[in-house]
Ligand binder design. Structure first.
Ligand code: SF4
Length: 71
């Protein structure tokens, strides 16, 4: 998270593990929030993601497996 972010700008990102196909794009876009396991599937380290970066990851996920909590 960038140091200039306000609390209301932070929203939790979720992963649909049934939909995820392990492309790993999300971990490239959100390296501080996600890492990949030995099979290329994401492990969420910190769900409080910068909204702009999270929107990019959601848009770029080829399996449409990322979403904002509550959306
Ligand atoms: S980009 Fe999408 S499909 Fe690929 S690992 Fe991340 S959540 Fe899974």
């Amino acid at each position: 998270m960038s140091s200039g972010m306000r609390a209301e700008e932070i929203v939790p990102l979720q992963i649909d593990r049934m939909a995820c196909t392990g492309h790993g794009v999300c971990a490239q876009i959100l390296p501080r929030n996600l890492t990949l396991d030995a099979h290329g599937y994401p492990i969420l380290l910190d769900a409080l993601v910068d909204p702009d970066d999270g929107d990019t990851a959601i848009r770029m996920c080829p399996a449409r497996a990322l979403y904002w909590k509550g959306s």
